[in-house]
Ligand binder design. Sequence first.
Ligand SMILES: [Zn+2]
Ligand SMILES: [Zn+2]
Length: 283
Amino acid sequence: MLVTFCGVRGSTPAPGARFARYGGNTSCVAVSHSAGAHDAPPVLLLDAGTGLANVTGLLGGEPFAGTLLLTHLHWDHSLGLPFFRAGDRDDARVTLLMPDQEDGTGAEELLSGVMSPPFFPITPAELRGDWRFGMISPGQFKAEGFTIEAREIPHKGGRTFGYRVSDGRSTVAYITDHCPTAYGPGPDGLGEYHPDAVALAEGADLLVHDAQLLAGELPAEAAFGHAAAEYAVRLAIRAGARRLALFHHKPSRTDAELDDVARRFAAAEIPVTVAAEGMTIEL
Ligand SMILES: [Zn+2]
Ligand SMILES: [Zn+2]
């Protein structure tokens, strides 16, 4: 499969020259089936941050036909929805799935909370094409030729899932917006290496993981619901993942600072990549 980073920022977009190389759009990852060809269209999208607009460019003028999986509904994972031109056209087919809610609120109704007047001119129902909205529970399901496992991940303010996506040959684990310190300090103060995180990442060819913070920032900022890059590296190694992409960068983290992060982990036991907008990893 091909994994393309369409938006790698957390929290809010980061425009400007100091963020140009890693990119300023918020979370969105496109997954395609691949037989070695780099032009296979993406059929599975993970999150709908402002990076979702970049998926249109991957489709070469074609409509999107596939599934859009949200980890949760925070702005940096949902506000790209109305700007997805390849999905907002009469010939598009989009199945949008999100974690089910304890109070039973439906998917379309939930999304309308941020996407409807007076906050925005249109509602989800007004997107053009064949849009279906649904909820998922933790467990396994199939979509677009992938087997997907969903598990609940501690974050802050809203139910959040991590996903493990496999095509039968390779596997990518996507754990963004993860607050492992919510379960305690763990063995090294970075948070618990809890069973759900380990199971999602176990033996994955690629782990894409929250790296909003650095270890030194945890005391002041862990309460916002994110992990440190150092935790992501240790989780990947513990779980036997073969490669790690640090993702969901802090909006204030400049290109130069992200270069420093890359250097810091250059000698890690497994390859550690600092995800950048436009980067494709073939598994
Ligand atoms: Zn986020
Ligand atoms: Zn979040």
